[in-house]
Write a protein of this length. Sequence first.
Length: 513
Amino acid sequence: MKKIKIYLLLLLVGGVVASCDMDKMPYDSIPDGEAFTTPEDFSRFDATLYAYLRSTTYGDSYTAPELQCDGFNAVTGFTGSLNSMYSWSFTDEESTVSTVYGNYQAIIANCNFIIEGYNNCDTTNTIIFTEEGKKEMKNVKGDAFFLRAYSLYNLAQYFCRDYDDALLDQANSGVSYRLDYNPSSDSHTYPARKTMRETYKQITNDIDSAAKYITREGEMGAIYVTRDAILALTARVALTMGDYDLAIRSAEELINGGNYWIASSIADLEDMWHNDGTQESILQLRTSNQSELPLQTGVRYLPTEEGSAPDYVPTQALLDFFSDEDFRKDVYFMRDEITTTRGTGMVYMFNKYEDRGKLYDDYQREAARFTVEPKLFRITEMYLIAAEAYAQLGETQKAKDMLDAVMINRIGDFDPSNTAPYYTDVMQGIKDERRREFLGEGMRLFDLKRWNDGVTRGTPQQMDVEGEFVDIAQSPGANTTQLVREAGNDRFVWPIPRQEIDANPQVVQNPGY
C-alpha cells in the first residue's frame, strides 16, 4: 500500500510520538481494531492526544522563535544548532519548521478521528456504555475540540501574519486544515489554506464546542483539560484577536476564582521550574513514566558536559533587564565556568530548564535532562492578558493594577505607588514584564508580532576570564549580535514546509520564501 508524505493526513495511533518523519504507516484505511467500541477506546486515544501534546510543546518549538528575538547570542565555537533561526536565514526546508508544522497537523488529524469516532459510536448498549463511561467519552471529545483549537491557534501564530481586520478575508491568509478524518493518496483532495477569518472562526467554534463537553473542574496543577483551561485558551485567543472585553472576562474569571495564586518567592519559583511544582499552573502535563518525558528545552542554553559551553547565552542587555531584586534573576540564570575557543571563564547562562531537575532525579535518563513538565497555561499570564487588554481599551488604572499584581510578587523592592524604577508608561511596562516573565517559553516572537514591534538585539555578554573580559559571541555582525529586523519583516511568519508545498498543490507559500 502506498505511503503518503503529507502532514495534514498524519495519524499515528496507539501512542506513537509525533515527528517530522511522515513514512510511518499507510493512510488509505484505519488499522483493524482501531474503531471506537468501548469507553476504554476513547480513554486510550485520549492518552495518545496528550502524548502528541507533550512531543509538540517545549523543545525547539519554544527555543527557535526565542532565538529569533532579542535575548540570546550564539557562543563562539557553538554546534551550529538553530543557527538559521538565530540569523534569520531559515528557508522552507528548515527541519524545525517542518517538525512544528507536522506535529500540530498530527494533533488535528487525531482530534478529527476522535470526534468522528464519538459521532459514529453506537452507545445504546447500556452494559458497555454506563453513564460514567459516557461522561468520560464526552470529556475525551471535549479534549479533541480543545486540542484542535489549540493546534490551529498555534499554527496561525507560527505560520500566519498577526490577526488584522484588513487581512481577515485575504486569500491564503489562514491555515490549511480539514475537519474530518479522510486519508487519501489523491492530492487533489487536500485542503487549501483558509482565510484568517475562517481560521479564527474555527478556533473559537472549537473552543465553544470543548466547553459543551468538558466537565472537569479546574484546579492548580490540573493534568487534563479543564473548564479553567478553556477559559485560559479563550483569553489568549481573544487577546490575539483584539477582543479585549472577552479577554478580560475570561482572564478575570480565573484570577477571581480562587484556584490559583502567583508564586512570590525565590523558593516558590525554584520549586515551580526545577522541581515540577504546580504553583500557578492551570494546565501542566504530567510525566508519569519515562515514555512521557517532555522535550529538552534547556539543551541549547546549558553545557551538555561539565566544562564545555552552551550554544546560546543571554545578552548583557537581557541580564540588565532584570533587577537584582527580581526573584526570577536567581532562578532563570546561573553564573558558572565554561570553556569556549576564547578560553575558560565565568558567564551567565539561562537556567529555567536546568540540567538535572526533578525529572532527571526520577528517571536518571539522558532524555530527562534540561526539561520540566510542560506548563501550558499559568495564572500569571492571565494577569498580563487582562493588563494588556485594559491598556488597549484605555483603562490605564485597571491595567496598572493587573501589572502591579504580578510585579509585586516577582520583585522584592517593587512599590506600586512608585513604579518609576521599573516603568512609567503602563503599556511599555506590560511589554517589559511579559519579556521577563515568559523568557524561554516561546512567546516573545508572537508578542512582538502582535505589538507590531521589531527585533533589536542588545549588547552581548562578555566572559570573565580571570578578571579580564573577552568577547564570547560567535561571528559578531549585522545578522547576529547586531541584528535588527523591522516590524512586518516576512520572517516574523514561518514558511509552510517545502514537503507540504510539494505534496499539496492547493497550498500557497507565505511571502518572502
